[in-house]
Ligand binder design. Sequence first.
Ligand code: MRU
Length: 334
Amino acid sequence: MTTIDYRDGVVTMIDQTRLPTDEVLLEIRDVPTLVAAIARLSVRGAPAIGVAGAFGVVLAARVHHPTVDRAEFEAAIDSIRHARPTAVNLARMVDRVASIARRDPAAAEAEAHQIRAEELAASVSMGDLGADLVIELVNKPRADVMTICNTGGLAAVERGTALAVVQTLHERSQLGEALPLETRPLLQGARLTAWELKKMGAPFRLLVDSAGPFLLSRGAADVVLIGADRIAANGDTANKIGSFSLALAARHAGVPFIVVAPESTVDMATASGDDIEIEDRGSAEVASVLGYPTAPSGTDAVNPAFDVTPVELITALVTNRRVVRFDQNQSLSS
Ligand code: MRU
């Protein structure tokens, strides 16, 4: 089952809100439906929403000619671009395909497929580079890996980012066990990462979020691997809420903390983490679990979907092209 693809005016994607119980494919034919699917997290994860945005531009260009129906086309593009604010991949890939579509609408589809292919290739490279780095850093034949949220094929096209490294370690018989955090409020770790780890036959045990820092202090994992939604020019990294606590605990425990993300998630136009917009998803997701109320009705909540881990707490960044050792004072621009 493919995370996301496009053919003949139809974007197909697995509906991630229905996992792990139901494997349902959505068929999306228009921009408002695509925007709603991104906003409710039917498709989520930075690279995957970048690809969704790219195919969204193709849908827009089929209905509104980019130069003839210019206002309608630009309004549609804007709505896709702003479906979610934190992951840079969405706006970046929308802009990339839209600029082609404005010159040659017929070329938009090929560009969007090119983006999909690039993300797929990036996942393979990140898996290889990341697995090499993990084994070098932990200095053991097999590594126990803690991770958060979902960074697997569901968050990209196939294989993913941090979970691509876990998959590669598993394929090389270099994985001890994976320890995914369940990732409240929407449980991407429990619903999606555990589902993917089970499918790949990797050994894993699921943790509640608050167990992660404590278990690091007890030596349960050799390394923490996370993905990223946006990496600022100085290396500060926005990722799923809870990543920062894991980074603090990893530093306390002397465990390497590694960010795995494609170059498409690096945003040199954003100077530091302070400049990254953090999506707040409102009270309902916190005051309920999978739609079932867990707090008195009308409870207000604070619900940042992401946090920012300062570069000082990050051992290294692995992209599809390079390893940047922040712990050795390397920087993104060098
Ligand atoms: O809110 P989500 O589920 O889109 O959050 C996703 C994450 O935080 C991932 O860790 C990140 O996008 C990197 S995934 C390849």
